[in-house]
Design a protein around this ligand. Structure first.
Ligand SMILES: [Zn+2]
Length: 338
């Protein structure tokens, strides 16, 4: 619920004034909590303890939170990535016209709005334009482009921005606390997940639960150290820290090894680019990763070197050779400016 001050204030004000639009379009990056706010809206409309806000603790709020309240329904594609089809829209339109509601309000969340077909939207257009009193539509979308113009013209837009890292951390911890498989997440991975998620708690959660992130982090740590020390560390042989980290990050069956190596280098490079971007912004880099020596100009050159490495990987270069060449280049760049 944090980080959405503007969107929440907009909805709360509308609720207080009784001007809540009956068709709303929640627009913002994936995973920032649009669905969470839709649920909060249902609580605010139904809660008998704190009308207009939702207490979050009463049986009504609890049932909304656990999807056992009929006053909040989700219309989603039958399969992930599929469409919201005309049959579902027709059924919804008929039901909203005739069926009794639980409570005075009924919130229908269509997620994602991009999945609604032309026919499906037409089938529920009348209901969406002039619904029965108490019916609120929430259409969830990650961007405005790609939506039907008819949707845009009929909905009030509520914008969601990316969250600050602090807010992502709070949302991530809350999400992890509800999972039974989340007990073993190392602190370094949690921190990395927050930094990499770019303002999206959903993305942070996926990253935090991904154990391969540890190996990527370890490989970056050793690569940064080697790039600081030079050829002796970059080509130190199979027992060196860099080679050990490489072996762990690329471990797996012989088949698919080249692709796995490219992916490992690609992910390590992405992490390194994030590290440099943060340092260029005057913030801390990735935890435990040595900074490349030098000034901003050299860090900008290092960024170019890593982007060039990514291009080589996309062209199917040998991942290990390309990686070592980039480390050598990063090292000699350091020397050039030192
Ligand atoms: Zn309540």
């Amino acid at each position: 619920m944090r980080g959405h001050a503007v969107a929440l204030a907009q909805l709360t004000r509308a609720l207080e004034r009784g001007t809540l639009h009956h068709a709303m379009l929640f627009v913002g990056p994936k995973g920032v909590g649009k669905a969470t706010v839709a649920r909060a809206l249902a609580r605010a409309l139904h809660c008998p303890i704190a009308p207009g806000r939702g207490c979050g603790a009463c049986p009504t709020c609890h049932r909304i939170d656990t999807d056992r309240h009929a006053g909040l329904e989700w219309i989603v594609p039958e399969a992930p990535g599929g469409k919201i089809k005309v049959e579902a829209a027709r059924e919804l339109a008929t039901r909203l016209l005739l069926a009794p509601f639980e409570g005075d309000a009924h919130v229908v969340v269509l997620d994602p709005a991009e999945a609604i077909t032309d026919q499906a939207f037409n089938a529920m257009l009348k209901t969406l334009e002039e619904p029965r009193p108490g019916v609120y539509f929430v259409l969830v979308a990650s961007a405005l482009d790609g939506l039907l113009p008819t949707i845009l013209s009929r909905c009030a837009t509520v914008r969601f921005g990316r969250l600050q890292d602090d807010d992502v951390a709070v949302a991530l911890d809350a999400a992890l606390a509800q999972r039974t498989d989340a007990a073993e997440i190392p602190a370094a991975r949690r921190l990395l997940a927050i930094r990499l998620a770019d303002g999206s708690p959903g993305a942070a959660c996926d990253l935090a639960l991904d154990p391969t992130l540890d190996a990527t982090h370890a490989l970056l740590r050793e690569a940064a150290t080697a790039a600081n020390r030079g050829p002796a560390a970059i080509f130190a042989g199979e027992a060196s820290p860099l080679s050990t980290a490489w072996a762990t990050a690329t471990a797996g069956p012989p088949t698919g090894k080249p692709a796995r190596e490219r992916q490992a280098v690609m992910r390590t490079t992405e992490l390194w680019l994030l590290d440099l971007r943060e340092r260029l912004r005057g913030r801390d880099g990735i935890p435990e990763v040595a900074a490349l020596p030098g000034d901003r100009e050299q860090w900008t050159r290092a960024t170019d070197t890593l982007l060039e490495l990514q291009t080589r990987l996309e062209r199917n270069a040998n991942a290990r050779l390309a990686f070592e060449a980039a480390l050598l280049e990063l090292w000699s760049d350091d020397r050039a400016g030192a």
